[in-house]
Design a protein around this ligand. Structure first.
Ligand code: FAD
Length: 414
């Protein structure tokens, strides 16, 4: 470890925290990265774990392994329970940790918008256990359906509802449809595929709202071709684990509801004692510092910052660029130089709806279908951390593509 008296504590080994910790490798500081998990998770591919396409190990990597070559780096696997900005220390599951500089990058959590019944019975998708829970649920429903003599109950077992027409909901619905229609039909030859329903419920009148109209329409058509029933203006009122009730009064029997309708900032934000903006995100200065606490920076999903009149989206590139910017600014603080305000460079958005089908709005260019799908594959392989993960994901995708298989079809129990 470097001889350094200043300690920078980074909370969260996600996209923002990891980038900040890495970018501080040459700074004359000691970097302490803390996370409740021992790994960095590539959340954009979580839905593929949930739909039996990938194993969790292929989209995650231990933080220690990623940064073990960094001399000024230390890692602690702890849950941070409170940030005490007055005493410059964190309270954690393993006692207090003091800091000179703090980079808060705890990300977010599933936002059920106060719908308690959905929180109890629905399935969120934010971490590896969530993805495994969805995989277990979908596969178990098929096993139970094979044993179920009652036709109505069988249909409820084979009805899968995804709530939220953003990128996660669209990708989830498309991948679920392919898992069922291309793979599970072979495992369950006695299954009547007409009993299977996949519904995508969206409260507004569009899916992929951030995409240009042409791409939204392309995505809608692709979902339709994949037998996903997209319902617009469909707001959820209640879910008891057996039936979902919409605000329109319609009731749909379904044993599986996947909630992909929103995220909010980590509850750790609330312990700062500062006023929060939308989704519990904390407003930060242009330099990403917390007002009144120049030694505290907040980045990624936990931070609220507007650019050109719009809030920055809760996406990985924002967190990564903020991590990079914060590391530079901490270096400037140490050298007594002026700090640089953060400016997000938006490279675009991509979403895939299954094999050969994606939409891409990148650097102003719009593409859909096979070309967009290849772009999606390349971007995700490049962004995955670790050569082993890149290789294994590529092999898995190639195998699934050519043999219509999904390797990870195990129902696992604790
Ligand atoms: C299913 C899904 C799909 C997504 N798809 C895309 C996509 O395609 N493209 C895209 O750009 N973005 C996507 N996102 C959003 C993207 O993953 C987030 O914007 C990004 O991860 C935010 O980075 P972050 O560093 O702020 O937080 P995160 O990457 O979420 O990291 C936060 C870290 O903090 C840790 N942590 C949290 N609280 C504590 C605590 N109290 N104590 C200790 N550790 C703690 C967590 O364990 C985690 O490791 C997706 C998100 C999800 C959930």
């Amino acid at each position: 470890m470097a001889q350094a008296d200043q300690v920078v504590v980074v909370v969260g080994a996600g996209f923002g925290g990891l980038r900040a910790a890495r970018a501080l490798r040459r700074a004359p500081v000691q970097v302490v990265l803390v996370d409740r998990n021992n790994y960095h998770l590539f959340q954009p591919l979580l839905y593929q774990v949930a739909t039996a396409g990938l194993e969790p190990e292929e989209i995650a990597k231990p933080a220690r392994a990623i940064l073990r070559g960094q001399k000024n780096f230390d890692f602690r696997m702890v849950e941070v329970t409170r940030v005490d900005v007055a005493r410059k220390r964190l309270e954690t599951s393993a006692g207090p940790i003091s800091y000179d500089f703090l980079v808060l990058a705890p990300g977010g959590e599933t936002n059920f918008f106060g719908l308690g019944s959905m929180q109890r019975h629905g399935l969120g998708l934010k971490d590896i256990p969530d993805a495994i829970a969805i995989r277990n649920q979908v596969l178990t429903c098929f096993e139970l359906a094979m044993l179920e003599p009652d036709a109505e109950r069988r249909r409820a077992l084979l009805t899968f509802i995804v709530v939220g027409g953003g990128p996660t909901g669209v990708e989830m619905a498309g991948a679920l449809s392919e898992l069922i229609r291309l793979v599970l039909v072979k495992d369950y030859p006695r299954l009547n595929i007409k009993d299977v329903r996949i519904l995508l419920l969206e409260a507004t009148d569009r899916v992929l709202a951030a995409m240009p109209e042409r791409l939204r329409e392309a995505a809608g058509k692709t979902l339709w071709r994949k037998y996903v029933e997209v319902r617009f203006g469909a707001s959820v009122a209640d879910y008891d684990g057996q039936r979902i009730r919409l605000k329109s009064g319609e009731v749909i029997p379904a044993l599986t509801v996947i909630w992909a309708a929103g995220v909010r900032a980590s509850p750790l934000n609330a312990t700062l004692g500062l006023a929060a903006a939308r989704q519990g995100r904390i407003p930060v200065e242009p330099t990403l510092q917390v007002p009144g606490h120049p030694e505290v920076f907040i980045i990624g999903d936990a931070a609220y910052r507007e650019q050109d009149g719009e809030p920055l989206p809760m996406v990985a590139p924002v967190a990564i660029q903020m991590g990079q910017s914060v590391a530079k600014n901490i270096g400037s603080l140490l050298r007594g130089k002026p700090l640089v305000p953060f400016r997000y460079r938006d490279q675009g958005t991509l979403a895939t709806i299954g094999r050969n089908a994606a939409v891409a709005h990148v650097y102003g260019l719009k593409a859909s279908g096979f070309i967009a799908w290849v772009m999606w594959l390349v971007v995700h392989i490049i962004q995955l951390i670790g050569f082993r993960n890149k290789l294994f994901v590529l092999i898995n995708w190639a195998w699934d593509y050519f043999f219509y298989e999904r390797a990870a079809r195990l129902i696992t129990r604790d």
